[in-house]
Design a binder for this molecule. Structure first.
Ligand SMILES: [Zn+2]
Length: 130
């Protein structure tokens, strides 16, 4: 698939990247139809995130069509049209049930490699190591 990738500070490019895969039973894969940028993307574009690597896919808020769902997904099915916010959140942990999605316990699949000095927070679409 094609995606907007960070290349270097103030340089992005549309590149071929691996197709997404379901990584856990609650994942959903969305074919993106429209995307946008916001102020939160500016530090990334400038290369000011220490976790950012050349080739990382950008884009945090988007809409599209669900094309695949994991076996534990109950709210969505293939063909649903969805609008997606920036936070990666499970919707079921204590934080999510309180509406605190940015603190989700099950957000990032890559938390083990997160920098412990940076603290633990939720992953975000279009953010490094989400
Ligand atoms: Zn959660």
């Amino acid at each position: 698939m094609r995606a907007l990738c960070w290349v270097a500070a103030d340089e992005v490019a549309v590149r071929e990247v691996s197709d997404p895969e379901l990584r856990n039973e609650r994942d959903v894969i969305v074919r993106v139809r429209r995307s946008t940028t916001c102020g939160g993307d500016l530090p990334l574009l400038a290369g000011r995130d220490p976790l950012l690597r050349a080739g990382d896919v950008l884009g945090a808020e988007f809409l599209g069509e669900v094309v695949e769902v994991g076996p534990a997904v109950r709210r969505h099915r293939t063909g649903d049209r969805v609008v997606v916010g920036a936070s990666v959140a499970c919707g079921g942990c204590w934080y999510c049930r309180q509406g605190l999605h940015s603190c989700c316990d099950n957000s990032s699949v890559d938390l083990a490699s997160a920098d412990p000095d940076q603290g633990r927070d939720a992953g975000g679409f279009g953010r490094p190591r989400a």
